[in-house]
Write a protein that binds this ligand. Structure first.
Ligand code: UDP
Length: 333
């Protein structure tokens, strides 16, 4: 398939993964043609439903150039990344190669093809552990691991290429994405699963004996970690607004995406019980290496400048949507 005459092509990297697949559904609904660029190393072929797949590795520059020549995208949404903190600590070189070198290749290929609009998926992990302080766009950036450090380096690269080559980028930083497509067509699916809500749902369904809570001695009201959870559909809504922002020629901007409200692991378990009507079997284990006690980020800028609100990001809706998706059997069903 080549560029359709009447549709703008948006190249979506990492679309076979959780967040990228939701972006493609939203793009397709909005009348764009999303073209997936994914090496399928951590994604799922089954998540690619809304347009063609270019099975290419970001480290393969000639193959990237060929994709730009074939599809002539007007913009890129760049999600593809390795994103597990523990793994990043064990194998930092892999994270730098994949997340930084891959992005460098992509950005150079984009600019060589004359494509200058980029929506980049960064992370609040670029801030590191700020001791429970509410994060905002100008908070100190002091990443604790190769995941955050490699994403921060890409932010720097984007800024430099903006100055030298006119790259326009909207950068979103976020942490805990949750929920699933309300129509349960796509959702979160990692194997093995490590994220709190899907692990919890596996325990509820009896697919694992219990949820292990990582630590109960943090300086939080009930001793478990606090996180700020955002519904994947709200997150993607922000990305769509970011694309509109770029297409309107408003230039480069960084936005944090959070609800500004954090929940402890124990509170998420309570919400899960309420949303599924079932008990969550759980036990307490030791702290997990690299976990900060509390991570919450505000989104005033996204609200004021993009008109974004986290409308679907109640714990109840996120867990209900994730549970509906889980019950479909996911990509193994
Ligand atoms: N968590 C937990 N047990 C699990 C998975 C996660 O207690 O099996 C906790 C984890 O320590 C953190 C929160 O749940 O405080 C969210 O973790 P997740 O891995 O979902 O996202 P992260 O915050 O690491 O990006």
């Amino acid at each position: 398939m080549t560029q359709s005459a009447d549709k703008h092509v948006i190249l979506v990297t990492g679309r076979a993964g959780y967040i990228g697949s939701h972006a493609c559904k939203a793009l397709s609904r909005a009348g764009y043609l999303p073209v997936t660029l994914d090496n399928l190393s951590t994604g799922w072929g089954g998540a690619v439903k809304f347009g063609p797949l270019a099975e290419v590795d970001l480290l393969d520059r000639p193959a990237l150039d060929a994709v730009f020549a074939q599809y002539k995208p007007s913009a890129v949404m760049h999600f593809a990344a390795l994103s597990q903190v523990g793994e990043a600590t064990r194998d930092p070189a892999r994270y730098w190669r994949n997340n930084f070198c891959g992005s460098l290749n992509l950005l150079e290929a984009m600019l060589a093809a004359g494509c200058r609009d980029l929506v980049f998926s960064s992370t609040c992990a670029t801030h590191g552990d700020q001791d429970g302080v509410m994060l905002h766009e100008d908070s100190l950036q002091q990443p604790l691991n190769a995941y955050g450090a490699s994403k921060l380096a890409v932010e720097g690269l984007i800024r430099d290429l903006g100055a030298s080559d006119g790259l326009n980028a909207v950068i979103f930083r976020y942490f805990n994405v949750a929920g699933a497509d309300p129509e349960a067509e796509i959702g979160e699916w990692h194997q093995p699963e490590t994220h709190l809500i899907p692990v919890m749902l596996e325990a509820v369904a009896g697919a694992r004996p219990e949820l292990v809570i990582h630590g109960r001695d943090y300086p939080t009201p009930d001793g478990t970690c606090i996180r700020d959870y955002v519904h994947v559909c709200d997150l993607i809504e922000a990305h769509m607004r970011g694309l509109d922002w770029l297409r309107a020629g408003r230039g480069s901007r960084v936005f944090n995406l959070g609800t500004g409200v954090g929940f402890t692991v124990a509170e998420v378990i309570g919400a899960c019980r309420a949303a599924t009507g079932r008990k969550v079997p759980h036990i307490y284990g030791p702290r997990r290496m690299g976990d900060a006690a509390a991570l919450v980020c505000g989104s005033q800028r996204a609200h004021e400048e993009l008109g974004w609100i986290a409308a679907r990001s109640s714990l109840k809706l996120m867990i209900q949507d994730a549970w509906r998706w889980y019950q479909t059997g996911g990509y193994s069903g």
